[in-house]
Design a protein around this ligand. Structure first.
Ligand code: SF4
Ligand code: SF4
Length: 397
């Protein structure tokens, strides 16, 4: 508090009511002094490897906010170890100095455990002719190595292997019909019996591109588990986090109410349900309509786009041709039109009744905003009467 006895007040920097300029002089404790990291692991290496990828997953993760990647790297997330990122796209070192990180991990010389994150599909066919796909440095004997080779060598001793994006999870676009590279996902590549050093099968965070926060949240959950501060997050039979991919995008879609009442958009730009424009939301497991793309903003149908099923193992072939009406739509949309249309009309009648105060019953609305005075029709009045009688019976019960 300010000392008003003297001519010049003195302030305690710890006093929340002290001037901002005084409070800002407070020495901020380092994360270690503040006890932010509470588990047995002080830091963890995150080794990022890429195969047949467009780098979209890296871009998505850089945009994450829950938590942001820079906070993990700075060790500023309470309870989580500091993350030492070894990523070929953002590394300051190059060549042998970079691959030495991987070699040290293989030789068990790192001073902390490591996670592997793989982005892109794994090319199975050696269709590169004289060249080579995704080369990644050389061994000490001068032999060229590839990202796939590093994955094989490092996966057995990793704390966990996370496949980010649909290419890494299932094969994705590179594995579409034709598949000249023989693209497959990490799970197929490491095979069914693969377990990490801690007994964890491959974790999959699909999406093309994935939502960055889906990855960060899952990684944070796995890190809390490694810290002994929580259970292993729940994954489904395909290694997807259940709380993220356990529901269809349709169930959380902001346009779901229109679907329920049988109202469908006829063209892009309209606000209603997009199913008749080719939306696969009712069967696709994805949370983007609820979470948004970046920091709660964007996401397919939130901004007017249909779902093309990019998180699903059957993507893209089983959802092609995109923007065509899915085969089941005729049945489901017609059912929704019939039953939803009836429900909507009944709701409109009730809504009309609830928009009238008791004082206005049987009179014109007193609002000067009303362009014309409308009163309920005789049949609507009858429905209101019956509905109120029914309501009263319910309340009486
Ligand atoms: S736009 Fe797609 S996800 Fe949204 S309600 Fe319609 S069908 Fe469902
Ligand atoms: S809503 Fe569909 S297209 Fe959009 S991110 Fe989710 S799965 Fe992919």
């Amino acid at each position: 508090m300010a000392d008003t006895a003297g001519s010049r007040p003195s302030y305690d920097p710890q006093d929340p009511f002290a001037p901002t300029a005084v409070r800002s002089m407070l020495q901020i404790p380092s994360p270690a002094e503040a006890g932010l990291r509470m588990g047995p692991i002080e830091k963890i290496y995150l080794i990022w490897l890429a195969g047949g990828s467009c780098d979209g997953c890296t871009v998505a993760v850089v945009a994450a906010t829950q938590p942001p990647v820079e906070k993990l790297i700075a060790g500023l997330v309470p309870g989580l170890p500091r993350v030492e990122l070894i990523h070929p796209g953002v590394a300051l070192e190059a060549g042998a100095a970079f691959t030495e990180n991987l070699a040290m991990a293989e030789r068990g010389e790192l001073d902390a455990p490591y996670l592997i994150v793989w982005e892109g599909s794994v090319f199975e066919n050696d269709s590169s002719g004289e060249g080579a796909f995704y080369r990644l440095g050389q061994d000490r004997d001068g032999r060229t190595t590839s990202s796939t080779e590093w994955l094989s060598r490092l996966a057995p001793n990793a704390a966990a292997v996370v496949a980010i994006g649909s290419c890494a999870a299932w094969g994705g676009i590179p594995a579409a019909q034709g598949n000249v590279t023989g693209s497959i996902g990490v799970m197929d590549f490491l095979e069914r019996d693969y377990r990490s050093a801690l007994g964890v099968p491959v974790v999959n965070i699909p999406g093309c591109s994935p939502v960055g926060d889906n990855f960060m949240e899952t990684a944070a959950g796995v890190l809390l588990f490694l810290q002994g501060m929580g259970p292993l997050p729940e994954f489904d039979e395909l290694g997807r986090p259940v709380w993220i991919f356990g529901e269809t995008v349709h169930r959380r879609c902001p346009r779901g109410g229109y679907y329920e009442e049988g109202i469908f958009a006829e063209a892009y730009g309209e606000k209603e349900c997009l199913v008749e424009l080719g939306c696969w939301g009712p069967v696709v497991q994805c949370n983007i309509s609820e979470r948004g793309m970046v920091n709660g903003i964007g996401g397919c149908m939130n901004i007017g786009g249909i779902c093309i099923g990019c998180t699903m193992p059957g993507f893209p072939d089983k959802f092609a041709p995109f923007y065509a009406v899915p085969p089941g739509t005729l049945v489901s949309a017609t059912t929704s039109r019939v039953f939803g249309g009836f429900t909507r009309r009944m709701r409109e009648v009730t809504q009309q009744d609830k928009n009238i105060t008791g004082r206005w019953e049987g009179k014109d609305k007193p609002s000067g905003w009303a362009r014309f005075q409308s009163r309920p029709t005789k049949s609507a009045k009858l429905v209101h009467k019956l509905y109120r009688a029914y309501q009263n019976t319910k309340i009486g019960n």
